[in-house]
Design a protein around this ligand. Structure first.
Ligand code: GLA
Length: 379
């Protein structure tokens, strides 16, 4: 059954009435990885995979939430001491709390939600969930008075304060601001952004999901961020946005090799985003693709957030003459994003399926990218 009808039906069964429907999207990122929390540039877009929720204020100060995908219910109050124990419910609770903390309104509601954003694939299902509820709280209880950027920040603070991930703003930004057929270049220092209509005649963007999620013991994501912050502090600057390789070389002897490699990647990556945008404006797909391979190399060798399976998918792309390919998102599993000429598409997908399953015992999942709208009301 279609997502929308499934949610509507379940909402009616559980709460005996209808709710209003909201949705927000997962995201891809063409280039600019681990640059957001360094004040650099990112280049994401929302996709056609969403988290959708039916919501109805219930006249109390409690929330009853049902996750259709997990078949679990959680109820919680809106005060800090009423935090739910289920991890998935903490995303919704966090959004409510962060909205209240900013002086806006949230009252009790009933909700049923579900989604088709693959989990753990690096497509930001959690940002989609946060943005869906932030958008809905704004519409239902605040007459849209909360500015759009604040909605993204409500989601980001939810990750920081309720989920233990010290993430940047990219995922929530893309989920809230996404626009059909457009990528968005965001300057994460000034928060200025620009929509780039994304049409690449003769090419497709396709994701290959390794379906691998490596156990994130010790929060390696937060550790990468700490490395960057240590180097910035050493350089006496706020973020690595203001660093260049010459400056990094001057402190090389005073920092660990690991911190040096992390900072080197970030400095190179922030320039690649601008170079990719210029190349796209010129219609120079070869350069876009080459820079994507460079990013993969950097993420794998210098930032060390790739894994064997993703490196293998990247090698297969190279062998098949795919224009550009790289690991996408935070890393440690998930997808590669591939820019592939139409005539090479079928052979690439077939080869990737065959070789990957011969080595790892399962095929990668294939998602064609459709750039779509972000947070919205669903009619
Ligand atoms: C995760 C985070 C983002 C960003 C990416 C890496 O998706 O949530 O803020 O840092 O990793 O680019």
């Amino acid at each position: 059954m279609e997502l929308k009808s499934k949610i509507e039906k379940t909402f009616e069964e559980r709460f005996g009435t209808k709710g209003s429907l909201y949705a927000s999207a997962g995201r891809i990122n063409l280039i600019g990885e681990h640059t957001d929390y360094n004040g650099g540039f990112v280049f994401p877009g929302a996709i056609d995979k969403v988290i959708m929720a039916a919501i109805r204020p219930n006249g109390t100060d409690r929330v009853t939430a049902y996750s259709l995908d997990l078949g679990e219910e959680a109820t919680f109050g809106l005060n800090e001491e009423d935090a739910p124990s289920q991890q998935w419910a903490r995303y919704i609770f966090g959004v409510c709390r962060e909205t209240l903390k900013r002086g806006f309104d949230v009252k009790g509601f009933d909700t049923v939600f579900a989604g088709n954003v693959p989990l753990g694939a690096g497509l930001s299902s959690s940002a989609a969930l946060e943005s869906c509820f932030a958008f809905a709280m704004n519409r239902l209880f605040n007459s849209d008075a909360i500015p759009k950027f604040e909605l993204a920040k409500i989601g980001q603070s939810t990750e920081h304060n309720y989920c233990g991930v010290n993430c940047g703003i990219m995922d929530q930004f893309a989920s809230v601001f996404g626009k059909k057929d457009c990528l968005i270049r965001l300057d994460c220092r000034s928060l200025e952004y620009e929509y780039f209509p994304f049409s690449i005649n003769g090419y497709k963007l396709v994701l290959l999901d390794s379906v691998v999620k490596h156990e994130l013991v010790d929060s390696p994501y937060n550790k990468r961020r700490q490395s960057c912050e240590r180097v910035a502090a050493k350089l006496g600057i706020e973020t690595l946005r203001d660093a260049d390789m010459a400056a990094l070389e001057t402190i090389k002897a005073e920092i660990s090799t690991e911190d040096y490699m992390r900072a080197k990647f970030v400095i190179e990556e922030k320039k690649r985003v601008l170079d990719v945008c210029d190349a796209l404006n010129r219609g120079d797909i070869a350069t876009v693709g080459r820079l994507m391979y460079e990013t993969h190399r950097g993420l794998s060798k210098d930032y060390e957030v790739s894994c064997e399976e993703l490196d293998y998918l990247n090698d297969i792309a190279k062998e098949c003459g795919v224009a550009g390919s790289r690991i996408m998102g935070g890393g440690f599993g998930g997808c590669t994003i591939n820019l592939v000429a139409n005539e090479k598409y079928d052979r690439f997908i077939a080869t990737a399926r065959e070789k990957f399953s011969a080595r790892y015992g399962h095929e990668p999942k294939v998602y064609d990218v459709v750039i779509s709208d972000g947070a919205r009301c669903v009619q």
